[in-house]
Every structure is written in C-alpha cells, then in structure tokens.
Ligand binder design. Sequence first.
Ligand code: ZN
Length: 277
Amino acid sequence: MKDLKRAAFVEQEFQPYAQADASAFVEWLLRKLFEIHGNVNFEWITQFEALFRILTVPFDTCRVCAIVNEAAVEAATGLTINVRPNDNTVDEAFQNFIENDTDAEYQCRSKTCKGANRFKERRWAVRAAPRILRVTLNIFAYDVNAQYVRKIMHALTIGEILDLTQYQECTVVPLRYRLSAVIPHRGNSADAGHYIANVRSQGPNPLYNINDTRVESISGAQFTSNPHLLRGGQSARFQAYILTYIRDEAPLEQHLESTNKMVATDLKIDRGKKPVV
Ligand SMILES: [Zn+2]
C-alpha cells in the first residue's frame, strides 16, 4: 500500500483530495500492482493475468473481396464499450462493440486486391477470458455536432448475466459472467461529480450500496437499476459507468471433468489391449 500511495501522490499521477476518473484510477491501480510485483514474482504475473487480463483478436473483412484478415491480438485489463444514444441495454452496446463496423482503410493483401487500400469491417473475438471482467461504459462521448463531450444519461438496462459464449474464438466451453459490482456516477464529467458503488457481497443479504462512508442494503432491482436513484428521497440520478463481472466457473469445471473422464477411459482401453508383437 505504501508503494501505491507513493506512486499515486509522489509521482503526481493523482492529486490528494481531488476527484479522478474512477475507470482511469482502477486501470492505473492494476498497472501499478503489475509493475510493483510482476517484476519480481513470475507466479504472481500468471495469477494476475488469469484474474484480470482479457485477450481479444480483431478480424477484418475486406469490403471488396470479403477475405478475412486476422489482426494483432490485443491484451487489456478490461473492456471499454461505447454507448450510443439509441442503445437500450448493455447487451446491445456490447454487441455493437463486438461487431464494430470500422470503415478505416487498410491494405488488403488478397489475390484479388493485391495490396490496394480497401475499407474493412471489423469483428472482435475473445481469445482468452479473465476470471474478473471489468467493463467501462463509455458514456462520455464527444458530440461532433455540439463539439463537446456529452454524457449519455438515458436509461440503459443492465443484465445480471453477461454471456460471451458466442463471441469467443473457440466456443466449446460456455463463457458466462455474473454481475458483481456497478459503479454509478453523477455529474457531467468523469473528473467531477460523485461516484457510488453497488456491490455483491457474501451472506444472507449480499447486495449493498456504498456511498462514501454510508453502507446500505439494497434489492436486486436497485443493484441493476440504471440510472440509479439513491434511497431516502434524494432526486440525484447516477448513471452506470463501470461494471464488474465474475466468471461462472461451472462450465469450465464440467468440461475439464468430462475431458479427464475421456482420457481415463482411453488409458483403460489402452491398458486392456494385448501388446502388438
Ligand atoms: Zn480485399
């Protein structure tokens, strides 16, 4: 903790008693933890990656010859999803992120196009998924017409389950996440306003809202409500900014169990065979 405090304030990444972008802070925290411990502890790096790192790979389809090109794999400790004014659910925003239509030009090296500049359609696939997935909803979008950053304030439904099975490169094992925390924000800029947190804990009443030093039990509906309204008649509306999900380990465990059984059966068959002379 001392190392982190020193890094934050002495290196002047963040100012004491100042509001900072919550997503930028979490990103910085993970990066620093990796730097401080990763340099000396290889096992720690492996565990860190299994916990937080997501690998995605973009596939670009040429709009002329329809040949698909795989671009370089991208590693990150979370995903940032753009939210459009017409998105009604996080799932819709996520699908748009995955099936991202980037009309950027690139050189298509197919036999038809021979290195000519072409427009492409980009689609992402998940290559390796972390146990803890952080999704930042990019609700601070630059409005080209108004020429300023406009926060997206409209209601956006958050699902309890985020199923990424269909977006994986290899879809043999289902990839499902369960919502574990929501960080809603009030105000017009990520560097100002107020952050609160809705978190899932353990025990008989596992959902809580944390608002500075105040901690209150909340219902399932309040946990996922977006905009979030604080209880007690306060009229302030908070918009979900960061979502944290925890991977459902059951499908992976079932897959490993059935694979182990298959291996055991094969070994038994092999042992039962008479040696070939
Ligand atoms: Zn082409």
